[in-house]
Design a protein. Sequence first.
Length: 427
Amino acid sequence: MRGREFLMKDGYSFHADRADCEREYRHMYETYERIFNRCGLRFRAVEADTGAIGGSMSHEFQVLADSGEDAIVACNECSYAANVEKAEIGAGDGAVSGATASEQLSRVATPAKRTIDEVSAFLGVPAERFIKTLVFVDDDGKSVVALVRGDHQISEAKLKIALGAQWIALADADTVRRVTGASVGFAGPVGLDARIVADHALRGIRGAVTGANKDDEHLVGVEHERDFGKGTTFADLRQAVAGDLCPRCGKGVFAEHRGIEVGQVFYLGTKYSAPLGATFLDAGGQAHPIEMGTYGIGVSRTMAAAVEQNHDKDGIIWPLALSPFPVEIVPTSVTDEPVRDAAEKLYGELRANGVEALIDDRDERPGVKFKDADLIGITLRVTVGQKGLAKGVVELRERREKTNHELALGDAVAHVTRLVRDAGRVR
Ligand SMILES: [Zn+2]
């Protein structure tokens, strides 16, 4: 995915007022949707962090592929999609279902059992009954204890927002010992004199397991209000997972995908124009900062993402709009004069129609040519052979379908031209 070449399309918009700039943002968003649709890609527009570029509104266009570097969740009912670190989770969603009776708080020996998996197996208690206790340090060097359910993952991005911190990091072993009195793996919120922030899913939990702030010991029967309710604040702290209820439509649930980012749109407002003094004069001669947006597509990356999403064991399957050539002509023999002539005539007529065609005029066996054609992955292949010509036909094969259709020799040019024109590839 990360080639030496990085070809990028970049665009900027400049407006006098915010409403016009936001309308342009929506236009560009819709334009990008049309571009990636026409490229034949399966993608989602994902609400994005504005990160280093800043501004207040941004969407990433993510092509869905198992090899993608970004973990995203997308609603199965509406258009909401987000990075797992960012996806909003409704308060109360993910809480342990079915009320558990109150249990007595007690201490159990868990020698050298540090991870949730180890303690879960040792005690025979499922991971969702654990309170995962993580110690972080913020930009002021202050420690804070974050709690998430044992089967959930903390989102550091959300924790940062909950704390209003610029920067956070997991604490080192010495800090963990100073804060909890125990080594890593035995921390818990009960009796802890620290700032504690817990994920919503832990609200009202009972019969839970957590570290006892003492080496080789855990607590069982832990409950929220009784044992760590005082001073604990709640926030959305966890990464979204498949099955979480969509916070936007309230009907759909999230599915998990891997994504490859191929484009991003930003509404910047006056973030750059104000400090740089990029102003315009209004009708009354008053200077105002320009309202800005920025819009980018990774062009070479889009090609790479298309290949990640469209291939099989034999090679690439180019979507018609992206294929280096929309059609490849394969004469089964170039020493057979009628076959060669028919293939070259087809090639010439397609080009005359504005169809970019490729012809494999190598003196190779048909099997070698077919294998190479599958590998290169040109969307349409027209095979010209002796047997077909005897019947007055050529064979059209779509790379994705791997099935052959016979075309009357006289109709072949018009038929192929129509297919290519429908994909917007005829000049
Ligand atoms: Zn939804």
